[in-house]
Design a protein around this ligand. Structure first.
Ligand code: NAD
Length: 481
């Protein structure tokens, strides 16, 4: 197989890294190298910054209709080219082709949504205290923005940032994960073909994210960063952002509880558990990590979930019928193994799966652990793998306390037919995203984001564009004089 050599997209030009270095992109299902990508450093980041700053005034003064036109065109192209984009995503990330197609559609939906939101950057007038004055509130683009994105959703995590940034009139530099740079570069190609002015979007890929990102963090004129990734790196970036008081948005790690009450529709709960647990093989920030099931239905729930997960086919995501792909890298398999071993050693029972595959690829099969308790690693850390950890609970009060007993606060799911309980849980669970009888709450029109150490700010929805806008006011005097 011929190995493609990619280029960086800086200031509207396709270019190599100045040092001439490249890194390999590996297909996690086959362990084969599928492409070589330039290994950029601070020099390339500075070039991207200069290009963005040069075009920034022009982009900030463009009309909403112009920006919406480009965003809509890019979304349309993504949809037209969905098969090709999804194949690239499956090859570099591993997720099954049907899931990649779903992600391309989800990614395009953010561009469509923010194309429309660009037209609704409204101001306000506020009654003044003096009849001689008027107060006008206006919104302006925050300026050059930097996006740092993870590998688990290689397209959607980019468009969820690029969409609102461009719609607001901000240029953006994207530093994608070094594990999935190809989808990012495809998005750049689409924007280039959609007519985006040079410099408004740059993609800088590299294996040394520390120095690469630091070059932008040190630059005062980068006014905003939007990061999706681990909580540890988020904390580091927050400290770096303090030096020049940059605006920050963070989408960090989750630790989602999935709570099933005895009065729930059991089949619906199981169906949604499969989605919340197995989408992206569990490598999702909103993946159900802790499954709390009310004691009377633990056995029935476990049996039904076991039947559903046992029927899933594991393999290369490009093969027909595969619904469980590989994990992203050997380290990810090691973490799942560590969590399963720790749980077993502390008394959990393996109901399904429980040991990694042999042969090529970073595979770990769908696994169910019963008799899990809160002392086990799997109940305390994000597993990021296809392991359903089932824990029994007795009362609503108890499960709320256990679910909230974490520094994370991204997504929580609960299943019940009691409408009063739905509202009690919605108000008391300390999470930004609440799936009430819903295992797939993410959508472009809703404000995605976490509480506590899971993040700051919201992406998607009409709130999402505010992250890229500054509020100013004009106190206009001399009205009657
Ligand atoms: P990661 O933090 O290791 O990497 C994320 C990005 O940060 C990558 O582009 C990486 O190159 C970069 N990075 C790494 N070290 C850096 C440093 N020192 N300075 C600057 N940048 C650095 O996370 P990951 O393994 O790619 O992604 C998985 C994590 O992302 C999980 O914790 C998951 O929960 C989280 N996530 C959160 C959301 C959300 O919306 N809340 C969505 C997807 C993933």
């Amino acid at each position: 197989m011929e190995i493609e050599t990619a280029q960086l997209f800086i200031g509207g030009e396709w270019t190599d890294a100045s040092g001439g270095d490249y890194f390999d992109v590996v297909n996690p299902a086959t362990e084969r190298v599928i492409a070589r990508v330039p290994d950029a450093g601070p020099d390339e980041m500075r070039r991207a910054i200069d290009a963005a700053l040069a075009v920034q005034p022009h982009w900030a003064e463009s009309t909403a209709a112009e920006r919406a036109g480009i965003l809509s065109k890019a979304a349309r192209m993504m949809r037209e080219q969905a098969d090709d984009l999804a194949r690239i995503m499956t090859e570099e990330e591993g997720k099954p082709f049907s899931e990649s197609l779903g992600e391309i559609s989800y990614a395009a939906s953010f561009l469509e949504w923010f194309a429309e939101e660009s037209k609704r950057i409204y101001g306000e007038t506020i009654p003044a205290n003096s009849s001689n004055k008027r107060i006008l509130v206006i919104k302006r683009p925050v300026g050059l923005s930097l996006a740092i994105t993870p590998w688990n959703f290689p397209a959607a995590m980019i468009t969820r940032k690029v969409g609102p940034a461009l719609a607001a009139g901000c240029p953006m530099i994207v530093k994608p994960s070094e594990l999935t740079p190809l989808s990012a570069l495809e998005i750049a190609r689409i924007f280039e073909e959609a007519g985006l002015p040079k410099g408004v979007l740059s993609i800088v890929t590299g294996t040394r994210p520390g120095p690469l990102v630091a070059a932008a963090m040190e630059e005062f004129r980068v006014r905003k960063i939007s990061f999706t990734g681990s909580t540890a790196v988020g904390k580091l970036l927050m400290k770096q952002a303090a030096d020049s008081v940059k605006r920050v948005s963070f989408e960090l790690g989750g630790q989602a509880p999935f709570i099933v009450f005895a009065d729930a529709d059991l089949d619906a709960a199981v169906e949604n558990a499969v989605i919340a647990k197995m989408r992206s093989v569990g490598e999702s920030c909103v993946a159900a990590n802790r499954m709390y099931v009310q004691r009377p239905i633990v056995e029935a729930f476990t049996a039904k979930l076991s039947t559903a997960l046992a029927a899933m086919k594991m393999g290369n995501g490009l093969e027909d019928g595969v619904s469980v792909g590989p994990l992203i890298e050997p380290r990810a398999v090691d973490k799942v193994e560590r969590h399963v071993a720790d749980a077993r050693q502390k008394g959990a029972t393996v109901i399904l799966g429980g040991s990694k595959g042999t042969g090529a690829g970073y595979f770990y099969p769908p696994t169910i652990l019963a008799n899990v308790d809160d002392s086990m690693l799997i109940a305390q850390e994000e597993t990021f793998g296809p392991v359903a950890a089932i824990m029994a609970f007795d009362t609503e009060e108890e499960v709320i306390a256990r679910a909230n007993n974490t520094h994370a606060g991204l997504a929580a799911y609960f299943f019940t037919r009691d409408i009063g309980r739905v509202m009690r849980l919605a108000e008391r669970l300390e999470y930004g995203i609440l799936g009430a009888n819903d295992g797939l709450p993410s959508t472009a029109q809703a404000p995605f984001g976490g509480l506590k150490e899971s993040g700051l700010g919201r992406e998607g929805s009409h709130y999402g564009i505010d992250e890229y806008l500054d509020i100013k006011y004009v106190s206009l005097g001399g009205i009657n004089t």
